[in-house]
Ligand binder design. Structure first.
Ligand code: AMP
Ligand code: GLY
Length: 429
């Protein structure tokens, strides 16, 4: 099969790495890809949001399946575009239609979906700008800290957690005044959940599902979860509390009702559902849904997946996932993200990367890298690379990931030094 994978981040490099191992693969194309993916297939220079260009590439390269990495093309309706086009409708797309992608694209929709289908989540209400007084009244009923969320996609910046009521009111004004454009004109206010988060990944064909290895993500820029939020500074798999007991609760209370709910609402969902879960004293609550895999979680999850991913995609397309079994390696992975100095604020680009892999047991996944016209690998983004350690247990994987991270060199390289270290203690707060 010729596969077209859309996206250019570390997540897509990890997906490409896994797809490339499949005996079902003839040739992998990645659009636009990055310098890491170009060693696993052929990069095509086009934007995943330009559906006409995607169509031309699909026809030109004889593509038999499209795998969508990021959320934007899904929320913009790439799957619907394929279904409504005579030349494309027979080509399966891994990733939901526009309606399904609303699980991620609209927090108002996803919270309503959870409540409607009895899926545990934080108590909430949503408000439009004209109902500011009601919003303030609801805030006053809640206890600190206060959680405010923009309804729509806001590049990972649409969630604000405030310690004081006055700060929460200030932020409410900020949202309603259009700080996040239309995405923030509807605000979700919700109860704060105390616990530890875990990212759970489900692949569904709309009827049945499989669960991939879980992971923990580290979102803040600084050690000890301090400083600004980022796209993700590291990920670890497995997560010790995701044992058979907790997994069963997640499956029965969250995954099964989610799949059933989508079906009942007439949403034909074929693709990943990333469920962000808070473990509150051993009970799972949904923090959010995403319509795709996580980044950087994918970089930690793919090396733990034994089963052929392409075979799972084929079963997804044919609605045969009820026949699928998923096997994991009984090991641990740690992904440490190397970022440009200044990230998540402003940072320089075009800095030479002199070494990319120093540990034979590690994998380096590219993200914000590019090869400049004279053939040198340079930085071109905030999150530059993921250094992934794989070994028999978390401690050993951690050592490999950090040893490899130390060996990657570019000016201004920064990474957190505590990824996975909280999990070594294996106790819940
Ligand atoms: P979201 O974009 O909804 O995943 O929110 C971003 C991050 O904010 C989450 O990963 C959590 O760390 C935090 N967060 C969101 N909602 C809540 C909540 N209700 N209680 C506690 N933390 C939350
Ligand atoms: N790592 C969080 C995300 O991909 O949204």
């Amino acid at each position: 099969m010729n596969i077209l994978l859309l996206g250019s981040g570390g997540r897509e490099h990890a997906l490409a790495w896994k797809i490339n191992q499949s005996p079902l693969l003839k040739k992998l194309y990645i659009a636009p890809g990055n310098p890491g993916t170009q060693n696993l297939g052929e990069n095509i220079n086009l934007s995943p949001n330009d559906f006409q260009q995607v169509k031309q590439a699909v026809i030109k390269y004889g593509i038999s399946m499209v795998v969508v990495g990021p959320e934007d093309p899904l929320v913009n309706g790439i799957h619907d575009f394929f279904l409504s086009n005579n030349e494309l409708k027979h080509i399966p797309v891994i990733g939901p239609t526009k309606k399904g992608a609303m699980l991620e694209g609209s927090k108002d929709f996803s919270k309503g979906f959870m409540v409607h289908h009895g899926i545990p989540t934080a108590r909430y209400q949503s408000f439009k700008a004209q109902h500011k007084n009601e919003a303030i009244r609801f805030l006053s009923e809640l206890k600190s800290p206060y959680v405010l969320k923009a309804d729509g996609l806001a590049a990972g910046k649409g969630v604000v957690i405030c310690e004081s009521l006055s700060e929460a009111k200030e932020n409410l004004n900020y949202f309603f005044d259009g700080a996040f454009g239309e995405a923030g004109k509807t605000v979700i206010i919700e109860e704060f959940l105390h616990g530890v988060e875990v990212s759970v990944f489900v692949l569904t064909d709309g009827k049945s599902y499989v669960i991939l290895p879980e992971a923990k993500d580290y979102k803040r820029i600084g050690d000890g979860d301090t400083g600004l939020n980022t796209g993700g500074m590291g990920a670890v798999s497995p997560v010790y509390f995701f044992d058979s007991n907790f997994r069963l609760k997640v499956e029965e209370r969250i995954i099964k009702p989610t799949i059933k709910g989508l079906k009942n609402e007439g949403i034909d969902y074929k693709g990943f559902i990333f469920v962000g879960i808070m473990n509150v004293n051993g009970e799972p609550y949904v923090i959010e849904y995403n319509a795709r895999m996580g980044d950087p979680e994918t970089q930690a999850v793919m090396p733990r997946l034994k089963t052929d991913l392409l075979e799972l995609f084929v079963k997804t397309a044919n609605q045969e996932l009820h026949n699928a079994t998923v096997e994991f390696y009984d090991n641990a992975t740690v992904a440490v993200i190397l970022v440009s100095q200044g990230y998540p604020g402003t940072y320089k680009k075009g800095i030479e990367i002199s070494s990319t892999n120093s540990e034979p047991q590690a994998i380096t996944f590219h993200a914000g890298t590019v090869i400049n016209p004279n053939g040198t690998l340079v930085t071109c983004g905030g999150r530059v690379m993921a250094s992934v350690g794989i070994d028999k247990d978390l401690k050993a994987a951690l050592n490999i990931a950090y040893s490899n991270a130390r060996g990657i060199n570019f000016d201004g390289k920064y990474y957190r030094t505590d990824i996975g270290k909280d999990l070594l203690k294996q106790d819940l707060p």
